[in-house]
Design a protein around this ligand. Structure first.
Ligand code: 13P
Length: 250
């Protein structure tokens, strides 16, 4: 069984004053019976790393460029994230697929670059509401998985986050059966591609409106190894409760 992972995605939120939330979160991090990761905006990576002190809090980026350096105004490389103190990077989040036209192919290239730098790639997949209603969820998510994940990965360098687009920031969540169906399919696809051992060791996170009051039931679903949390990761009280819920899950 892989170590469970509670991951927070701060998205485009957070300035220096918000580091108080990290200080408030540290007791929950120290007591956690799972890994804890927060991906703040790149401007806060270094300061969040310092605020975490010796607590076992991993810090991640939210995107990286595929190149190591060069003429790419506004972009950040995997090496730069690592240099700033990151150990993980979220790639292919639906907001980047929508806002920045990221494709499976570009996400795959970025994931290769991140892994080559020694970062854990947290690759996101998820269907839109129209795709779910057209009964295409497993096809869409399966296609994103096979297209966005590079070959030759080792299990500890990859995390997959299933985030239905329609559940992000809406307060809506799939049923537990729907989450289980997708996670089982992702697990089977990973095992088919990378072998049973690696396939079962890659963490599968659920993301989309995870809150303290639904975390316990979501963490009870088979093949859910943790969560990628947006809004509820911004407040220490809520994210601390989610970390605690994951620590007590099966
Ligand atoms: P919310 O938890 O705010 O729905 O966001 C989920 C998400 O997109 C995490 O990456």
């Amino acid at each position: 069984m892989p170590q469970k992972l509670a991951a927070g995605n701060w998205k485009m939120n957070g300035q220096a004053a918000d580091l108080a939330e990290i200080e408030a979160l540290l007791p929950a991090v120290q007591a956690a019976r799972c890994e804890v990761l927060i991906c703040p905006p790149a401007t806060l990576i270094d300061r969040m790393r310092r605020a975490a002190g010796s607590a076992p809090l991993a810090i991640g980026g939210q995107d990286c460029h595929a190149a190591k350096s060069g003429a790419h105004t506004g972009d950040i490389s995997a090496a730069m994230l690592k240099d700033a103190g990151a150990s993980h990077v979220i790639l292919g989040h639906s907001e980047r697929r929508q806002d920045h036209g990221e494709t499976n192919a570009s996400v795959r290239t970025k994931a290769s670059a991140a892994i080559a730098e020694g970062l854990v790639a947290v690759v996101c997949v998820g269907e839109t509401l129209a795709e779910r209603e057209a009964n295409r969820t497993l096809d869409v998510v399966g296609g994103q998985l096979s297209g966005s994940v590079p070959d030759g990965i080792s299990a500890e360098m990859l995390v997959i986050a299933y985030e239905p687009v329609w559940a992000i920031g809406t307060g809506l969540t799939p049923t537990l059966d729907q989450i289980g169906e997708v996670h089982d399919a992702l697990r089977a696809a990973l095992a088919g591609r990378f072998g049973a051992e690696a396939g079962s060791a890659i963490r599968l996170l659920y993301g989309g409106s995870v809150k303290p009051d639904n975390a316990v039931e979501i963490f009870g679903v088979s093949n859910v190894d943790g969560a990628l949390v947006g809004g509820a990761s911004l407040k220490a009280k809520d994210f601390g409760a989610i970390i605690a819920a994951l620590g007590t899950a099966g």
